[in-house]
Design a binder for this molecule. Structure first.
Ligand SMILES: [Zn+2]
Length: 346
């Protein structure tokens, strides 16, 4: 069956009905999870310290493999050491010196910026999934890909957690999510992201939050949606001011879509959650859920999601406009790489 057929079947009244049926099951899961002794206890077996199984050698030593800092990057000053507030105090670095000297602050701050700049490297204090969780992650992602194929890429940007469960069970070639897969999804969503290095806010606290289709507008030729109102006005103005060569490359992303992207990145990162979160906000932490969007140069494809985008005329024009703000700047304190393409709306 062609995916386009499902545009009409994404009926939100059905979704609500399912939500009520599904939510009983969800509450059971949550009760079991919390009763186990809250998240810290659960994390103890879920998230493994990299140090436990990481033996540094020159092959994976980030300091040896670090890319040289380019000229462009040097315009962002490294750590204002006189201002201790710039130190990433929430940084999960138990091995960091406890003494709050200027040197310690500088070292920690440089370590932090080193991670943000060399986001694709591995670092000694990175957090990994254990082997069992890694296996579940693979099966979860496979199932989510099945759902994405079934509903189509456009719709998949918006679907709720309950819709995902519904579609999985409806399609025999996808199949119902198993109990351990649901547990895993909930743990990823509810675990404190700062524990593995992501320092941004949680902007969506409900795993099952749904996006009302009438609040969204599909941007022609993009396959993506933005919210009506503020984001739509913003996008229209940006497009008018920058020109027709700019296009929406990612708009609204539901918790499901963000979960999918995050897990895909975690799989690529060999279950290193810290590394994944340096490139992508963990589910619940993405401003794509509440209004931000990404733009790119038409015809540039995946290069739009690299810092090459900052060399384009389109980006330079955006900078000249004066009103455009980038969510993740080169020296951001969220623990995320520089994203010149990600427009801060909210
Ligand atoms: Zn983005």
């Amino acid at each position: 069956m062609h995916s386009a057929d499902f545009i009409v079947t994404l009926d939100y009244s059905n979704g609500r009905q399912y939500y009520q049926r599904g939510s009983v099951k969800r509450r059971d899961l949550l009760t079991g999870f919390v009763a186990g002794g809250a998240f810290t206890a659960a994390n103890a077996y879920l998230w493994q310290k990299a140090a436990d199984n990481f033996s540094p050698n020159t092959d994976n030593d980030p300091l040896v493999n670090a890319e040289p800092v380019s000229d462009r990057e040097t315009i962002h000053p490294v750590a204002q050491v006189d201002d201790e507030t710039v130190a990433p105090s929430a940084s999960p670095s138990p091995s960091a010196p406890k003494t709050n000297t200027k040197v310690a602050v500088q070292a920690e701050s440089e370590n932090y910026l080193d991670k943000v700049r060399n986001f694709e490297n591995e670092f000694v204090d990175d957090i990994y999934l254990n082997e069992a969780e890694n296996k579940i992650m693979h099966s979860v992602l496979l199932r989510m890909r099945g759902v994405e194929r079934a509903v189509g890429h456009g719709n998949y940007n918006l679907i709720s957690f309950d819709h995902m469960l519904k579609f999985a069970s409806r399609f025999s070639n996808v199949g119902e999510f198993e109990r351990e897969e649901l547990d895993f999804l909930e743990k990823v969503f509810f675990t404190k992201a700062a524990d593995y290095g992501f320092l941004g806010d949680k902007v969506s606290t409900e795993l099952t939050a749904s996006i009302r289709q009438k609040d969204t507008i599909k941007i022609p030729y993009s396959g993506h949606y933005i919210y009506r109102g503020q984001a739509e006005t913003y996008y229209d103005k940006l497009k008018k001011d920058v020109g027709d060569s700019i296009i929406l490359t990612s708009g609204i992303r539901s918790n499901v879509k963000q979960m999918h992207l995050f897990l895909a990145k975690a799989v690529k990162s060999s279950a290193n959650l810290s590394k994944a979160s340096r490139s992508l906000a963990p589910p619940g932490h993405s401003y794509h859920g509440i209004g931000d969007f990404d733009v790119g140069k038409i015809g540039w494809g995946s290069a739009n999601f690299t810092d090459k985008f900052s060399q384009t005329d389109e980006f330079k024009r955006m900078q000249d406009l004066g009103y455009i703000q980038i969510r993740y700047t080169a020296d951001n304190r969220f623990g995320v790489r520089y994203e010149p393409w990600h427009i801060k709306v909210v």
